[in-house]
Design a protein. Structure first.
Ligand code: HPA
Length: 271
């Protein structure tokens, strides 16, 4: 069923573009401006793509962009759907699976996240070294789709070290403040309680967010080389005096968007 849908979706996209992307990128909340750096070949709104769902959250556009940066062919998902919107995990990862079937080798995931390390400052970046899936679900649940990948995928290096090192190098060279660490994926849509934040710190988390983990699982399943970066838009609940709002998250992401785009532009040309 999923396989049939993927086939239909890929065939549709192929009627609009023949581009063979090397890398797929998912742009998270408030980080969509990267597409302005892209020599765009084709833009397709999600609502025109068979089997794609459109995001319902503010700060998330819904467009697939195929194009190039410095001659590197890219497929970009500008905006994603989340588990908390009511979608199944299979639906959440459908777009990333589509990118892989368009021929990508590398998937880069980006997101906004809450900082769990008290030394962080909103606006910092964090390279994902690993994740903890606390969503209570897994996109690979149910019959395995053998053509996509194995029943029990290895997740020892879910985020490829060499890609993370390249990200580090570029951020350091550009004097951008960044961290490395474990991302805790939660279902949301509530932000965490201070007690939950203390729990996440105790289990070794450095950032917390409501996306990325399902996509990283599905991309690993398909043998993609995966890397991910968080924009720390806020300190997690209880670590700062103020209450959390979605506006604060998207505003902070917007504030660092130019720095993020500079980084990404360099990264895609160096991997
Ligand atoms: N918690 C969960 N998800 C988030 C946060 C947060 O503090 N900030 C941005 N996404």
């Amino acid at each position: 069923m999923v396989q049939q849908k993927l086939k239909e979706t890929v065939e549709f996209i192929r009627t609009r573009s023949q581009l063979k992307p090397r890398m797929g990128i998912v742009l998270g909340s408030g980080l969509g401006a990267f597409v302005e750096r892209v020599e765009v070949e084709t833009t397709i709104p999600y609502d025109e793509i068979p089997n794609f769902n459109s995001p319902t959250v503010e700060g998330h556009q819904g467009r697939l962009i195929l194009g190039k940066v410095g001659g590197i062919e890219l497929a970009i998902l500008q905006g994603r759907i989340h588990y908390y919107e009511g979608h199944s995990m299979a639906d959440v990862v459908f777009p990333v699976r589509t990118l892989a079937l368009l021929g990508t080798e590398i998937i880069m995931l980006t997101n906004s996240a809450g900082g769990l390390d008290p030394n962080m400052k909103p606006g910092d970046f964090m390279i994902l070294e690993d994740h903890i899936n606390l969503m209570g679900d897994n996109p690979l649940k149910g019959p395995n789709i053998k053509n996509l990948g194995p029943r029990f995928p290895d997740m020892t290096e879910a985020y490829e070290k060499s890609l993370s090192e390249k990200m580090s190098q570029i951020l350091s060279q550009n004097n951008v403040r960044y961290w490395k660490g474990t991302y805790c994926g939660v279902s949301g849509p509530t932000y965490e309680t201070p007690a939950e934040v203390r729990f996440l710190q105790t289990i070794g988390g450095k950032a917390v967010g409501m996306s990325t983990v399902p996509e990283a699982i599905a991309a690993n399943h398909m043998g993609q080389r995966v890397c991910a970066m968080s924009c720390i838009t806020n300190m997690a609940a209880g670590l700062s005096a103020s209450k959390l709002t979605h506006d604060e998250v998207t505003e902070k992401a917007k504030e660092v968007e130019a720095r993020f785009c500079d980084f990404l532009e360099e990264f895609v040309q160096q991997v």
